[in-house]
Design a protein around this ligand. Structure first.
Ligand SMILES: Nc1ncnc2c1ncn2[C@@H]1O[C@H](COP(=O)(O)OP(=O)(O)OP(=O)(O)O)[C@@H](O)[C@H]1O
Ligand SMILES: [Mg+2]
Length: 279
């Protein structure tokens, strides 16, 4: 019988993620100079991560954003203003200017979308040092050799299949945390903002039972993208399924072992910053 893979040994990605989560807008400068910066433009959240030369997170901050939808920048000014305000906040906290950043684009997007991601970063006052796909960026942190990275964000679920550490297939379908908000809002008679708040707090009795159909739908989308492929592991990243019990539902429905780290929403932002080091 399949069982959710639990990493009992704290591996390097987990300690990086724990450190990044603990920062929560404060700095860990300790005389270090920022060495790399990652910008993650999302449907729900825009994140900026700053790393020291040894890859240790120095500053991580986020803004709620509605500037991106279905992988497309729908409000260029709002997107770049969010990145600019994060940059200014990071610079003030670190006492160093940030000059350049890496940025990532979602799976299956056009050259135009990639260019827009670059322009967002540039308008925010940063040189665009690297532009990478989100799955490869996430894998800079995770170092998965065989398996699939499943990025469940606010609006969509992206899947990237890795074989011998190389990205061999990507796919993306609608469905993410926002759809769970809609289900919760309907079930409890709340507006979606309040449903989002209650979901994050996790203080709703029977929360997982209410959201189960939505989680199963996301898992079903993952199977659709996988087609005939059955990777040995699904690594869940993004905040969309950051709910107790959600990984087990995905594992049960797909029949593939699932791993979700404690701070899945920070995997891609840290990986993007690591991609700048490798560029
Ligand atoms: N603590 C939490 N508990 C439950 N859900 C959470 C939590 N934190 C974040 N989320 C959910 O994660 C989603 C956002 O995830 P993420 O930041 O990965 O998305 P995004 O990158 O902005 O979106 P996309 O990848 O679709 O463009 C939201 O729907 C939010 O409700
Ligand atoms: Mg995302």
């Amino acid at each position: 019988m399949a069982s959710v893979v639990r990493d009992r040994i704290v591996s390097a990605p987990d300690s990086q993620l724990a450190l990044a989560a603990a920062l929560n807008g404060s700095s860990q400068a300790a005389g270090d100079v920022p060495a790399s910066v990652g910008v993650d433009l999302g449907t729900a959240t825009t994140v900026l991560a700053v790393l020291a030369s040894d890859g240790r997170p120095m500053w991580v901050g986020q803004r709620e954003s509605r500037a991106i939808r279905d992988g497309v920048v729908v409000d260029f000014v709002a997107a770049s203003s969010a990145v600019e305000s994060l940059r200014l906040e990071a610079e003030a906290a670190l006492g160093h200017p940030l000059e350049a950043a890496a940025v990532a684009y979602p799976p299956q997007t056009s050259d135009g979308v990639r260019d827009t991601c670059r322009y967002v970063v540039e308008r925010a006052g940063l040189d665009c040092a690297a532009i990478v796909d989100e799955v490869s960026a996430a894998n800079r942190l995770l170092n998965l050799t065989e398996g699939a990275i499943v990025d469940v964000g606010g609006g969509s679920t992206g899947v990237g299949i890795l074989s011998q550490s190389r990205l061999v297939e990507v796919g993306d379908l609608p469905g993410g945390g926002h759809h769970l908000d809609l289900i919760l809002a309907g079930a409890l008679g709340l507006d979606t903002a309040e449903a989002e708040r209650r979901k994050r707090l996790g203080d709703v009795p029977g929360l997982l039972a209410i959201l189960r159909p939505g989680v199963e739908r996301i898992a079903d989308r993952v199977l659709t993208i996988l087609g005939e492929r059955r990777p040995p592991l699904l690594e869940l990243v993004g905040g969309g399924l950051k709910l107790a019990g959600a990984a087990a539902i995905v594992e049960g429905l797909t029949g593939i072992p699932v791993r979700m780290r404690e701070h899945p929403e920070l995997v891609t932002p840290l990986g993007i910053a690591l991609s700048m080091r490798a560029a």
